[in-house]
Write a protein that binds this ligand. Sequence first.
Ligand SMILES: [Zn+2]
Length: 447
Amino acid sequence: MADPVNPFGKARSFIVSRERQNGVPPGVAPAAPFVPAPVGALSWLVPAGKSIALGADSFDDRAGSSAPGPGRLPAMPHLTFMGGRILDKPKVVNVFVGDYWNTDQGKGDAAHMNGFVNTLGASGLYDMLSSEYNVGRPAYLGNVVIPGAVTKIGPDEIAAAVKQAATSGQVQGGDNQTIYAIHLPPQALLTDGTVDSSQGLGGFHGSVPGADGNPLLFSAIAYGDATNGINFSGRDVNSRDNNTITLSHELAEAITDPDVATAQSWDQIGYYDPLGGEIGDLAVNDGAVDLSEAYARNKDGYAVQIEWSNQDARFEMDRARPPKLLTQLASGPVGTKLSSTEAQLPISFAKNADVTKVLLNLSLINPSGRAPQLRLTSPSGRSIPVPVPAVANFSGPLDITDRGVQGLSAKGTWFLSVVDPNNTGMILSSVSMKVEGTSKEPANEQP
Ligand SMILES: [Zn+2]
């Protein structure tokens, strides 16, 4: 939601209403009074026709009264570079606040988050983000544990934790591209203005002034479970997944739009969709994608939020690799004199491609001048007629694309069969074949 004080910035908090987490689409008033799940009290209710995630700048308003369904976009998002700072050398420090992180379970959770951040920069998500939005890949600088009894953390406590971590001496190399990722313990409330994590606030990012005047960037996330923060993983609550997904959302935003919280004009904003907000918000805040479809598991096994790609016009974890055009040329045996009634000439291709075009270039001496009978057999066994003009001598390319070759796999051995039933002395003096095709590598999009 836009901050009335600062129309340019204040990152919209990452909020997914409890109602939506329980399966009620955004923008739709529950048909019956909302009954909170038995675990945890919910004091906050959605006004009729509104959910908390929907501000004046939301997708829902663009879509009128029709609510978007899972996986369906009410309008096409587009991230525009506004002229502000983006991070080309982002760094991340994990800051674990609370005594929980010194317990055995807390240490396990912290190790999971440290491993996640340590590998995130090399993941497919950053193949997309770095190539498309010109940002750097996050490097992991280390972690700091700040013990204490913690039940509630708001912007003031976050600022104190960031400064404490930055001056702790426990991590080296911090600068104005360093993001302090603040992790709350389970059940601790994250608050931002009038909203808190019991209502579905997952996290937010911003900055606090450092001692040298440079901003100290932060991303703060609630510990996501069935009653606090955001529960992406549904009934089978997996808090570690919830937390890596939520942190990936905040880090993607902090890296593509680090100064949103202090911006005084649009040209201090990084990548932004004026209608939908920052990159992480496009999939989840406005209900474009069902929560269970808003994340995927990367090659290291960590769950991350899928993010909007302008180029691929979809939410993705891995860049969709565009089809690659391959051209391959192969030649058959030359100077083949057809002294018998049929010859089979092998033409082999090493690389695979889905065939889009085939040109056969041949020279045929045909003393009879009768229509020669040529057939091409694909590696998969498809028999394709090759029309050759009925002339005494033919030399030139034959485009046989429209003879049923499209979509065949190029790789393997094709056979050109030349039939001379009357043994008239045909000579195939040269033959070559050119295949154009596309090579696709499937994107990894499995949730
Ligand atoms: Zn966000």
